[in-house]
Write a protein that binds this ligand. Structure first.
Ligand code: HDE
Length: 669
């Protein structure tokens, strides 16, 4: 151990004192250095998207995009590019919980051979606002209220809904934010979207508009709201831990990268504006085209150095990728570098390894705080004759902005083509399955139910009337409003739309338990052979079995074999698992029933619509939890291997949730 000056430290246990009980001496440079460094350990957290988790990986081209872009990393099938990805929540502080109702950040840094390209996206394809000038207002309204300092990481309060109900352009995004998309089961199970329209530019200089999409291989999965509330208490790091553990055990999360490509002519035929970030392009209108896969295969070595110091910016593009005139994107092109200067404190933050390009970086930018480079020579300017080998422009290969003509009067205005705020909100609503619609209603009722000012609630419902009258009626009724407010004044009434299959989750859920976790409660004296078959079946299906025991440590199975548990029941409520199994011994059920948490374990799994498998000996426990074992629910499965119970358990668990059970568990609003 040394000081930061490299001097060996002989004693790191006590400071330097005048006698064992005497005062500490100012001379103790070792103590002062250690405390000073500690006092400065924190850097400002991100002003938004502060809470996040990251991982390293690679992107591999599967279908060349050379026909549309000269971006080097998209040319050759099989080519791999190193990436770092950071997932985040938007609203909470760095120490807030993972499972809040929120949009998730999905930011990818591609370290390409032509420089860094950052795709700084979200898990929803649209955003709350159309113009960057409103971002500070949106974030101030959503965050904890400035006088009281609460609520943390929650939009269920007056200021958020006050702002939103005065901002009709947010209605489409609000529908997404009230849907199950705002409660992802895992970072590994959510989509990513670039949100804005960007441009691809080919070697011949031809531009094509593009939207970026990332689709998780495991399918999109969500939590149910009550489960999410409980997870926040049981494991505030639920998503962070899930990502870390999956990568740690070699279950590498994977996404497919797709693009939607369209021309200016196509864009002008759409009945919305592709420069408006509150709109998406339905897949039925412009299909998705696959480009490659993104794999995360390495956890950070150090959270601060990598995940905290990584600095993304939508302005980081490479030759072959260019911006559009989306006014939200244009504002972002300024904001991110500015935010990094405040957060990382130096114009040299690009030198930190996590931010540094992996290709050569050469220019005459010099000096500044925390400059790690020591460039040789007398020349730090261009043009010059004194450094013939110095940095020079690349007229052929360098970045050139897409040549276009921009005209127009200088003014502060929103384009009339941005004016329809309700049609796509309606499209989203109509594209949801009835179960999903029920969740949206319940989310509005929770959020607006926490709003203290009645006028704000009323104004919000007046927008829902445009989105869909039945939605407004259901929310108003559940909020106890005497009548549904009149529709909000608007100059652009919504049009009727066909549903878009891709916008729902349940309708296109992948039937799989791959990547999920089954919680298996095992008691002393339980049937070891049954346990072995459950373990084998779950692992064969690609999931993980977490063994839970009453006491931390483990149990002794029927024939004396010891089984190590990974957690004690009291530390592992069923909200942490995707499906549960109870293997109890003959006669243990009675004693077990008195154990704190056993009934809740089963009961919660039931009310969160999970699949429950039970050994014959645990049948009475299931009944004690208020569940009818023979009630015809396909998610309550007796694990009798001779009668195909195990097979039925796996098949049922592949559905993730038994949606049909929902009306039996709680009232659908
Ligand atoms: Fe951001 N955003 N944002 N944002 N954003 C930041 O950058 C900003 C927007 C997004 O994991 C900040 O480094 C403006 C849309 C992600 O490090 C800041 C506007 C989308 C992350 C900033 C937006 C995003 C951020 C805070 C309106 C989805 C986290 C600190 C014009 C497409 C990246 C920082 C990470 C972070 C500004 C809107 C995604 C302040 C001005 C739309 C994923 O620069």
């Amino acid at each position: 151990m040394t000081t930061n000056q490299g001097v060996a430290v002989s004693d790191d246990q006590s400071s330097l004192k005048a006698g064992p009980l005497g005062p500490t001496l100012l001379e103790d440079f070792i103590l002062r250095e250690k405390l000073t460094h500690f006092d400065h350990e924190r850097i400002p957290e991100r002003v938004v998207n502060a809470r996040g988790s990251g991982a390293h990986g690679y992107f591999e081209v599967e279908h060349s995009l050379s026909s549309h872009t000269r971006a080097a990393f998209l040319q050759t099938e099989g080519d791999r590019t190193e990436v770092f990805v950071r997932f985040s929540t938007m609203g909470g502080g760095a120490g807030s919980t993972d499972v809040t109702r929120d949009v998730r950040g999905f930011a990818v840094k591609f370290y390409t051979s032509d420089g860094n390209f950052d795709l700084v996206g979200n898990n929803m394809p649209v955003f709350f606002i159309q113009d960057a000038v409103k971002l500070p207002d949106l974030v101030h309204a959503a965050r904890m209220e400035p006088d009281r300092g609460f609520p943390q990481a929650a939009t269920a309060h007056d200021t958020f809904w006050d702002f939103v109900s005065l901002t009709p352009e947010s209605m489409h995004m609000i529908m997404w934010a009230m849907s199950d998309r705002a409660l992802p089961r895992s970072y590994r199970m959510m989509e990513g979207y670039g949100v804005h329209t960007f441009r691809l530019v080919s070697a011949a200089g031809v531009a094509t508009f593009v939207k970026f999409h990332l689709r998780p291989k495991l399918g999109v999965q969500s939590l149910v709201f009550d489960e999410a509330l409980k997870i926040n208490g049981a494991d505030p790091d639920y998503h962070r831990r899930d990502l870390w553990e999956a990568i740690d055990r070699g279950d590498f999360p994977e996404w497919e990268l797709y693009v939607q490509l369209f021309t200016r002519e196509q864009a002008s035929a759409f009945d919305f504006d592709v420069l408006d970030a509150t709109k998406l392009i339905p897949e039925e209108v412009v299909p998705l085209r696959k480009v490659g896969r993104l794999v995360l295969d390495r956890n950070p070595t150090n959270f601060f150095a990598e995940t905290e110091q990584v600095a993304f910016s939508p302005a980081n593009v490479v030759p072959g990728i260019d911006f559009s005139d989306d006014p939200l994107l244009q504002g972002r092109l300024f904001s991110y570098l500015d935010a990094q200067l405040s957060r990382l404190g130096s114009p040299n933050h690009h030198e930190i390894h996590i931010n540094a390009a992996r290709c050569p970086v050469r220019n005459f930018q010099r000096d500044g705080q925390m400059q790690p480079r020591s460039p040789a020579g007398r020349v730090a300017y261009e043009p010059n004759t004194l450094a013939p080998d110095g940095a020079r422009e690349s007229p052929g290969g360098g970045f050139t902005s897409f040549a276009r003509t921009e005209t127009g009067a200088v003014l502060r205005a929103r384009s009339g083509s941005f004016g329809d705020h309700y049609t796509q909100a309606r499209l989203f609503w109509k594209s949801q399955a009835p179960v999903e619609q029920g969740h949206i209603v319940a989310a509005f009722v929770f959020e607006l139910g926490r709003v203290e000012t009645p006028a704000i609630r009323g104004r919000m419902v007046s927008h829902l009337v445009h989105v869909d009258p039945t939605l407004a009626v259901r929310v108003a009724a559940a909020l106890g409003m005497e009548h549904v407010p009149a529709a909000a004044p608007t100059t652009a009434l919504p049009r009727d739309v066909e549903r878009s299959h891709a916008l729902g989750l349940i309708g296109r859920a992948r039937r799989t338990i791959e990547g999920r976790v089954v919680g298996c409660l095992v008691t002393d004296g339980a049937d070891g052979a049954l346990f072995d078959t459950v373990l084998a079946a779950v692992e064969e299906a690609g999931a993980r079995l977490a063994v839970l025991t009453l006491r931390v440590g483990g149990v002794r199975l029927a024939k004396g074999r010891g089984l190590t548990g990974e957690a004690a029941l009291r530390a592992a409520p069923s909200v942490l698992f995707d499906a549960v199994v109870v293997i109890a011994s003959e006669g243990s059920a009675g004693a077990l029933a008195k154990e704190l948490g056993v009934i809740e374990f089963i009961r919660d799994a039931y009310s969160h619509l999970k699949v429950i498998g039970y050994a014959p000996e645990a049948r009475s426990l299931v009944a004690l939890a208020g569940i009818e074992p023979d009630g015809g629910d396909p998610g309550i499965v007796a694990l009798d291997p001779r009668q195909g119970g195990l097979e039925r358990f796996i098949r049922a668990a592949e559905a993730h949730r038994i949606w049909k059970r929902e009306p039996a568990v709680h009232a659908v609003l």
